[in-house]
Every structure is written in structure tokens, then in C-alpha cells.
Design a binder for this molecule. Sequence first.
Ligand SMILES: [Fe+2]
Ligand SMILES: [Fe+2]
Length: 251
Amino acid sequence: MPSVTEQIEAAERSAILRLENKIVTDSPLYRSGATDPRELPPWFAELSKDPGTQILVGDDPRLPTLPEKPTLIDYFTYRFGPSQHLLQSARLAKQNGCSEKTVLACLLHDISVFGLLVPEHGYWGAQLIAPYVDEEISWAVRYHQALRFFPDPAVGYEYPESYIKWFGEDYEVDAYIQRDYEYAKHHKWYMTAREITINDLYAFDPEVVISIDDFVDLIGRHFRQPAEGLGYDDSPSAHMWRTIMRPTKFL
Ligand SMILES: [Fe+2]
Ligand SMILES: [Fe+2]
């Protein structure tokens, strides 16, 4: 009869995911909360126990493979599944007569939520796209993070009802969000970020299904697609695109 420690160890070892005979690793962020990030993951111990072990370092076979030179549209197709919210926001901005730059900002505003990270999504999203778009677009994506908490009735933006429901009546934003709002509201691009929030809230309509194909021309005009493929260029955010491409790549 194995001891309790041995049983726990056996259970942990069997919980290690192997694909194509290779251990699949995960990042501390995936585990934090469900487990204490200070604890070593079971796969880490396995590496030292079994010297013959191989690790997944390329494409994750569970995910669709991106083309050799992936484009923004490929990321929408193969990674950003529930992106109707983005497409509908962009469509609404277009209907409301916004500039093409603003429509693209709406199309990309929550790109981090759908492809990278949910917390601090405006900041991550802005960083992801900054090398490829006009500075005004990434600025607007960054500051929509703060502006969505602050009404501006003069231009038709009220505090979202859904936020009262989700966060509670007495929710107060963090001090850095307040600070970023104060900065953004006097900025020359304030209205570009504000337009994101105006076209954001009521954008989701389950009856309307929009394809990214509707925005191919707009993306072509305003998104500087790198010739090497998004992720394989040497921009400051190329590694972030590669992480979306291969989220379980070891190191
Ligand atoms: Fe957002
Ligand atoms: Fe949004």
C-alpha cells in the first residue's frame, strides 16, 4: 500500500499534461489563484526526476497553427475566438461616422481581453499594437481603460449600468485609473479614446454577426503588417504576438 505522500505524488505526476510524448508547461499566470504561484508546478519536478523527458517548445498541437507569416487577420481567425464584441464596436463606430483611425481603435480596443490578458487590458492591448498603428490609435486603446469609468454626458457617455451590476454601487477605481483619467481628459486625443467607450457599451448584439473580412481594407490602410509576419519581426511587441501564437512554449 503506497503511503499518502506517494499517492499524492502519483496523482500529481499523472496530472502532468503530455502531448506527443512531451511535457506541456504552463505559465505562473495561468496557475495563480487556482494554485499558489510560489509553489513549483508538478511538471517542474518531473523535469529533474526523469532525464529522458522532453518538453514542448513549439506549436501546441491542441491549437490551430498559424500561417508561416501571420497577419493581424490570422490572429483574429486562429486565436481571437469571441471577437464579435470588437467587430460590432468597429461597425457601430463606422455607422456613427467616426474616422477610420477611430474605427480601427474600436476594432482593436479589447484585443488583449480576447488574445492575451484580461487584467489591465487597455495597457496590454496598446503595447501590443503600438509598433503597427498610428500613435493616436494605441494611445486611445490605452486610455479607454480609464475613461470607461468616467461619464461624459456632454458627448453622450454615461457610467455603464453593467458596471453597477458587476462591480457594485460603491465601487471605486484604483488611484492610477483616476490619475490616468485626469491626464487623458485634457489630452488632444481625448475624444479618440472617448469614442471607444461611446461605441463600446451597447455594441454587443447577438443577432448581428460580422466578419473580420468587412475590415480587411481598413486594416490594410492603417495597420502596418510586417513582411516577416506578426511576431517574427523585431518590433518591441513581437514577443507578445509570439506568446499568443505559442502560449505553452517552454522558455
Ligand atoms: Fe475595454
Ligand atoms: Fe469593449
